[in-house]
Write a protein that binds this ligand. Structure first.
Ligand code: ADP
Length: 489
């Protein structure tokens, strides 16, 4: 690692503006080499409880600051992040594996939420309503919800934190963040920069831990925490919602997806192919909005499959720190196993791997005890709904291509899932574009483009993909309570 500023690499938890060691530590490894890159404080429930109490105290004075003061501090934080973009990207690639160029993109994407919500915080407004009686005045105030708990995943170690912390900070809340065990270093580097930017002690606390259930349990059970914001699997999200029920917390949940990507006969293949590639293989297929099922209409199935295969053959698998690498390793051995099983299941049910289809033994010469988790970028043709890849989120670089005949048929197939996060389709007929966009049962519909994420559009799912929206002008509502004031005059 060659950081311009080595002091961005932290290994203790960040509580009340201080770096706090724990009795135990856990290892963070580089998935591209298997090497240990840091030993990080392994916080327990008592440390989480302490952080919650600290946050509750700090939040009161933070809420009394003007929105402008909060915005100026956030703006300094944003600037520091962008000034340290290269270092932050290196830390991210080393702990997570995505190619450095993608990591840099994530740092800018993550920072965009801080920039955006600094501004949105100054535009929180209430209402004055027409009263029902002459001697009454009716108003709606918006106030910070208080302390929130944020639990974030490893696939976007930076942006999934800023997408929660920025609206919380702008709204006048204080947070306790538990980053994923695999990727705590990006979270700690963000905290260091928040500290330098003058974010007051206690407003952002980072609890690193290998015991997610203990920290999650405390965040959900503690009555001081008024909101839980989670990004991760549907299974864990369900559990957090159940645990939050006891103290009736507000929750927002960004959970799993099973994104359809539909290519209609009238699609422009020169657009559909590169955009499908970007949607499917970004982050080695490890995003909850990656195309999971690619449905291609009969008339262009063969052309699309051939063109996509050509592009996939050009991808370069390897260590994300190396120049020219376009696809990195999977996060860990369990992820590799899951992807391999999904592919085996598809092959056993009649699919054909026209490219890839197996793990790559890159880095096999690293030395004893070091294992890597590379899977070859893969295209499976002749996929059918009987296969696991139809029902389950693959979370890997595997593109199953399903053949369909009619619009009605494919809309039915696309909606035949418990999930409802992102969907994509490619078509040029305007009437069809409207029809299909309206019929897809998803929180996000991406038409003729494979990349839609930014700070401006509302990100979130329907059905078992979650509740609430992040980013956009709606995202700050998740951190605000509405108070109705009825004034007798
Ligand atoms: P993934 O399968 O992508 O790792 P998870 O839902 O398991 O997704 O993880 C997302 C986040 O949830 C991580 O920070 C992880 O540590 C945390 N997590 C996992 N299990 C629990 C749990 N029982 N309670 C609270 N948080 C959890």
């Amino acid at each position: 690692m060659q950081l311009a500023d080595a002091s961005l690499l932290k290994s203790d938890a960040y509580i009340d503006g201080q770096w706090v060691a724990a009795e135990k530590r856990f290892a963070v490894t580089n998935p591209a080499t298997g090497a240990v890159i840091a030993e990080v404080a392994d916080a327990d429930a008592a440390m989480a409880r302490h952080a919650i109490e600290v946050a509750a105290k700090a939040q009161k004075s933070w809420a009394r600051e003007t929105a402008k003061t909060r915005a100026m501090i956030m703006r300094d934080w944003f600037n520091l992040i962008m000034q340290n973009q290269d270092d932050l990207a290196q830390i991210l690639t080393l702990e997570m594996g995505k190619p450095l160029a993608e990591a840099k993109g994530e740092i800018a994407y993550g920072a965009s939420f801080i920039d955006w919500f600094a501004e949105e915080g100054r535009r929180i407004t209430g209402d004055i309503l027409m009263p029902h009686q002459h001697d009454k005045r009716l108003m709606v105030l918006k106030q910070p919800i208080g302390v929130y708990g944020a639990i974030t995943p490893w696939n976007f170690p930076n942006a999934m934190i800023t997408r929660k912390v920025a609206p919380g900070m702008a709204a006048g809340c204080a947070g306790v963040v538990k980053p994923a065990q695999q990727t705590p270093l990006s979270a700690l580097a963000l905290a260091e920069l928040a500290h330098r930017a003058g974010v007051p002690a206690g407003i952002v606390n980072i609890i690193t831990s290998s015991d997610a259930a203990a920290i999650g349990g405390e965040l959900c059970a503690n009555a001081l925490v008024r909101k839980i914001s989670f990004t991760g699997s549907t299974e864990v999200g369900r559990r957090l919602m159940q645990q939050s029920a006891e103290t009736v917390k507000k929750v927002s949940m960004e959970l799993g997806g099973n994104a359809p990507l539909i290519v209609f006969d009238d699609a422009d293949l020169s657009v559909a192919v590169p955009e499908a590639l970007a949607s499917k293989f970004r982050n080695a297929g490890q995003t909850c909005v990656c195309a999971n099922r690619i449905f291609v209409q009969d008339g262009i199935y063969d052309d699309f499959a051939a063109a996509l295969t050509e592009e996939v053959k050009k991808m370069r698998l390897g260590d994300g720190m190396e120049a020219g690498v376009t696809i990195g390793p999977l996060i860990d051995a369990a992820a590799l196993e899951k992807v391999a099983e999904c592919v085996e299941d598809a092959l056993a049910h009649g699919a054909e791997a026209v490219v890839g289809g197996k793990r790559a033994d890159l880095g096999a010469d690293l030395g004893a005890g070091l294992e890597t988790t590379f899977f070859e970028p893969t295209i499976l043709t002749d996929a059918t709904p009987k296969m696991r890849v139809f029902r389950e989120e693959i979370f890997g670089p595997v593109a199953p291509l399903f053949r369909f005949k009619s619009e009605d048929e494919v809309v039915g197939l696309a909606n035949d899932t418990i999930f409802g996060l992102a969907s994509y389709f490619f078509a040029r007929d305007m009437a069809r574009v409207w029809r299909v966009a309206e019929q897809l049962d998803y929180g996000i519909v991406s038409v003729n483009t494979g990349i839609f994420s930014n700070e401006i559009g509302p990100f979130g799912g329907v059905k078992q993909s979650g509740v609430g929206r992040e980013g956009s002008r709606y995202g700050i509502d998740e951190y605000l309570e509405m108070k109705y004031v009825c004034l007798g005059v």
